[in-house]
Write a protein that binds this ligand. Structure first.
Ligand SMILES: NC(=O)c1ccc[n+]([C@@H]2O[C@H](COP(=O)([O-])OP(=O)(O)OC[C@H]3O[C@@H](n4cnc5c(N)ncnc54)[C@H](O)[C@@H]3O)[C@@H](O)[C@H]2O)c1
Ligand SMILES: C[C@@H](O)[C@H](N)C(=O)O
Length: 374
């Protein structure tokens, strides 16, 4: 009974806020009475690992076989050692991925399995990449709701129980038609019209709530559309900007599913992965917020085509608009204001449109050359 009374007092303080003091004292109060978001058995705290800044973190990446996970694992393994970064997914990994470092099956909807992986591998950082993206999410709302929302709840509880540092990416898709679109600041109206966007706003808010309520070290970046050469996108609205390179090299022709003047924020994968590493390593006291926009460039299909045609004048682009993707794109930011990330933890992108196009073409040309040699 006294515990319940103390808890409700703590909860009341959390809701009302304490003038002149930050969230830290509340966090300490909550932890000192061992209040965790989900009922846990007593052995859970025995297995939890405290991460000292001088140690290497032990990282688990969920949804790691998508467009971004393998590249992130490579970057983190270079920094923390091969065996300190575990990739996981529900799909079978290709040989090259399986032999490049630890891989494990993990379905984020299976709470016990997740917990077992975190405990047995003494995980200290969790990068939560599993999700259904915007276009596939609209095609399967029930599954998107389950993976993106129920799965996130499992991740938050596991991370809070085991004192993990948790990274969850958000997206330009977390904004909607009533948000300011050019530029979109960190804090503004967020009323997305896709299940993907709704689930990502939910993730931002839940992560920040767990941070204030339970002291969870939650970190979140809103990624723009990510462009990569050696991995394929998983069904998003910005995928055209990757597909155009494949088709340009293979056939010299591309059919674009967005209108020529659809402007969206975009980023080369190396910038995205480096930003993720940098925000994960940033000292907590540099983070004035827990969810940041990050930006690099912003372009339309027409502008991307023109940049490509500087090197491939024969490239032909036609337009066959997909109404679902177009409606999504028309509700998203055109430009992202990432001044807080630049100010707080020194975010700076390396790739603008010309460097992006050059790097992508170099990759595909080299791949074609190698294929001819073999
Ligand atoms: N790629 C982008 O342009 C972009 C932009 C903004 C944000 N993001 C975010 O970054 C993260 C990674 O994006 P991505 O492009 O690699 O996504 P992706 O769609 O390519 O990969 C997602 C992975 O999640 C896995 N998955 C699905 N259900 C699962 C489950 N139940 N348990 C475990 N794994 C499951 C899939 O098998 C897939 O490999 C996502 O959260 C996405 O929202 C991506
Ligand atoms: C923008 C991002 O979240 C993803 N590439 C999508 O289009 O759905």
């Amino acid at each position: 009974m006294p515990v319940i009374r103390t808890l409700s007092k703590v909860a009341k303080q959390a809701l009302m806020g304490t003038p002149g003091c930050g969230c830290q004292p509340l966090t300490v109060a909550v932890r000192s009475i061992s209040f965790s978001p989900r009922q846990v058995t007593s052995d859970a705290s025995f297995h939890s690992v405290s991460f000292s800044e001088t140690d290497h973190p032990k990282v688990l990446i969920t949804g790691g076989l998508g467009q971004l996970g393998v590249g992130l694992a490579k970057l983190l393994r270079m920094r923390y050692g091969k065996n300190n970064v575990i990739l996981s997914d529900i799909r079978k990994p290709p040989n090259s991925v399986f032999h490049s470092g630890p891989f494990i099956y993990s379905d984020i909807l299976d709470y016990k399995n997740l917990r077992e992986i975190v405990v047995n591998n003494r995980i200290t950082w969790l990068v939560h990449y599993s999700a259904l993206l915007s276009a596939v999410g609209e095609a399967n709302v029930a599954l998107a709701r389950s993976v993106n929302i129920t799965g996130l709840h499992n991740i938050l509880d596991i991370a809070a129980e085991h004192g993990l540092r948790l990274f969850v990416p958000s997206t330009i898709g977390a904004f909607g038609p009533t948000s300011p679109r050019n530029p979109t600041p960190d804090l503004c109206v967020q009323r997305p019209r896709t299940i993907y966007g709704v689930s990502k706003v939910h993730a931002e808010l839940m992560g920040e709530y767990y941070h204030h309520r339970y002291g969870l070290d939650f970190r979140c970046l809103r990624y723009p559309g990510i462009i990569s050469a050696d991995s394929t996108p998983g069904g998003g609205t910005t995928d055209y900007a990757v597909q155009i390179f494949h088709d340009a090299i293979k056939t010299g022709k591309f059919e674009c599913n967005l209108k020529p003047d659809t402007r969206l924020p975009m980023m080369y994968i190396d910038d995205c992965l480096r930003a993720t590493l940098e925000v994960m390593e940033a000292p907590a006291d540099t983070l004035s917020m827990r969810t940041y926009n990050i930006n690099a460039m912003s372009f339309t299909p027409e502008e991307l085509t023109r940049e490509l045609q500087k090197q491939m004048p024969e490239l032909e682009v036609s337009y066959e608009i997909d109404p679902v993707r177009q409606a999504i794109a028309d509700s998203w930011p055109m430009n992202f204001d990432d001044s807080n990330a630049r100010k707080d933890w020194g975010w700076k992108h390396d790739y603008d449109l010309p460097e992006l196009v050059q790097t992508m073409l170099n990759y595909f040309r080299e791949e074609t050359r190698m294929a001819r040699v073999n």
